[in-house]
Design a protein around this ligand. Structure first.
Ligand code: ZN
Length: 90
């Protein structure tokens, strides 16, 4: 490996580390990430760190898919809504 290759290699390592986040950080941003997707925005470009983490972490990917399903269902109003007025009837 010559010095040019070595420096390119280092640049790649630092670029990866800059984008890496841990699971709690990813989980904190997932609702925002899903919200962007549901609104038809390019979430992978707007939140690249979260996107990258989901690609690499099966746990967070599962969480992301569940959250996305729930948000899409809630948007379609397919989920039963609680009837709060029943609580105040005598
Ligand atoms: Zn994770």
């Amino acid at each position: 490996m010559d010095s040019t290759q070595a420096s390119q290699w280092l640049v790649r390592i630092f670029a990866t580390q800059e984008l890496e986040i841990d699971c709690p950080t990813s989980a904190d941003s997932l609702p925002q990430f899903v919200d962007l997707i549901v609104r038809g925005l390019d979430a992978s470009r707007l939140l690249p760190r979260v996107w990258l983490h989901i690609q690499q972490c099966p746990n967070c990917c599962d969480l992301f898919e569940c959250l996305q399903d729930v948000v899409i269902l809630a948007d379609r109003a397919d989920l039963p809504r609680p009837d709060f007025s029943a609580l105040f009837r005598d």
